[in-house]
Design a protein around this ligand. Structure first.
Ligand SMILES: Cc1ncc(COP(=O)(O)O)c(C=O)c1O
Length: 405
């Protein structure tokens, strides 16, 4: 044990649990075992290769030295920020208070440090993307949850109201991270009615103290229902424009442009031009990563000026959304054949299969060569990394392990 390491930093697992499962799956596959690896968090084609959007890569190859090498401005290139915000809300003519971040993860981290005091808790959904808890912990904060609706069920507005009121009472402010639409890990979005109900509660609670809603838009380009995604964006815009709840967005180029490794995104509050908020974000950037990578910001500027590339990108997004939809449908059909309920994927890279004891069930599946990610609420299945043809195998294995309990 390294004595120099302070005591609170000594008991972490050697590897991120999802990456560790993925490594084990790959190792077993490499020695010839038939393995179904549904732990992967990146989009793979049916031969297991990483999907890289061609329209993006063509732009990337054209970047010049001066679009790559210089420092970007500390808070990011204002033109980049505006273009990224307008990808989501085309009618806006400003990004508001905003800064570039290394992916959505950077945006989430900065939101903690600017909207909560140390030791306070951020509210999110259960289930949630696991690193949310890591981000909270690394920033000296807690994470608390309220339930995401079950498949076919409605939002438990009472539970949300009591969670929001409890937090407001305890800490005098509330920060909510909401990964909607295209939620990781359920693959479902809030219905229009659920979103209205939640926004109503947020409005009410904002009468008691400052409320910040950060919508985390990691997967919007991969959906079965682009119109519903557009409607959700319009709902959040309406809430933001009212000015009672501070509405911000965590934006990312990781999935949307398959630029996972370029580490680029933004934290933006399009309906808030407060110079104090902008100054706080810029200060956070300087004191955390100084400034973000310039190349992906330059690429987005090029994309905005290239109608052909935009059309190619939209076609690629449709193509891969269709593939994900086919995988989700194949899984629902296979689950149905095995007597299990459908999961009704709407968007994103994942679905979650309910399980009674997810850790134990996941362990038994793993023993059979089927790798999923156990969560407290069930088993996360990466549609992004499996083939539609694998769905019957997964469903059969699930039924076998459930029957063996
Ligand atoms: C729900 C959710 N939010 C945010 C992120 C952040 O990704 P990145 O930091 O690569 O933008 C991810 C990545 O998997 C995610 O699933």
């Amino acid at each position: 044990m390294t004595d120099q390491l302070i005591p609170t930093r000594r008991a972490f697992p050697a590897d991120d649990p999802i990456f560790a499962l993925n490594t084990e799956a790959q190792a077993r596959k490499a020695v010839g075992e038939a393995v179904l690896n549904a732990t992967v968090g990146a989009l793979l084609d049916d031969s297991g290769q990483l999907v890289v959007l061609e329209a993006v890569m063509d732009l990337w190859r054209d970047l010049t030295a001066l679009e790559v090498a210089p420092y970007a401005p500390i808070a990011g290139d204002p033109a980049f920020l505006k273009i990224l915000v307008r990808r989501h809300w085309p009618l806006l003519d400003t990004a508001g208070a905003a800064c570039a971040t290394p992916g959505g993860s950077g945006a989430l981290a900065l939101s903690l440090r600017n909207f909560l005091e140390p030791g306070q808790a951020v509210l999110t959904t259960a289930p949630f993307w696991g690193p949310y808890a890591t981000l909270a912990g690394e920033n000296g904060m807690q994470l608390t949850t309220a339930p995401w609706p079950a498949p076919g069920g409605a939002l438990d507005a009472e539970a949300w109201e009591s969670a929001l009121r409890r937090l407001m009472k305890a800490q005098g402010r509330v920060l909510l991270w909401l990964n909607d639409p295209c939620h990781n890990p359920t693959g479902r979005s809030l219905s229009a009615a659920d979103r209205m109900a939640l926004m109503g509660v947020l409005r009410e609670v904002s009468g008691l103290g400052p409320v910040t809603l950060l919508v985390d838009f990691a997967y919007l380009d991969y959906t079965r229902e682009p119109e519903a995604v557009a409607a959700a964006l319009a709902d959040y815009a309406a809430l933001g424009a009212e000015g009672r709840v501070l509405v911000g967005a965590s934006l990312s180029l990781s999935k949307s442009l398959t630029l996972y490794g370029a580490r680029c995104g933004a934290l933006a509050f399009p309906w808030c031009g407060d110079p104090a908020l902008q100054a706080a974000l810029t200060q956070s950037c300087r004191g955390t990563w100084s400034n973000c990578a310039k190349a992906p910001q330059s690429l987005l500027l090029r994309l905005a000026q290239d109608g052909k590339a935009q059309a190619r990108l939209a076609a690629e997004h449709r193509h891969w959304s269709d593939i994900l939809a086919a995988r989700a449908l194949a899984l629902d059909v296979a689950l149905g054949i095995e007597g299990m309920a459908a999961l009704h994927w709407q968007g994103g890279f994942f679905v979650t299969v309910p399980a009674v004891d997810p850790e134990a069930t996941g362990g038994r599946l793993k023993a059979e060569g089927v790798f999923t990610v156990p969560l407290p609420e069930g088993l996360r299945v990466g549609l992004c990394g499996m083939r539609a043809a694998d769905a019957p195998l997964l469903a059969k294995a699930l039924r076998r392990v459930a029957a063996a309990r």
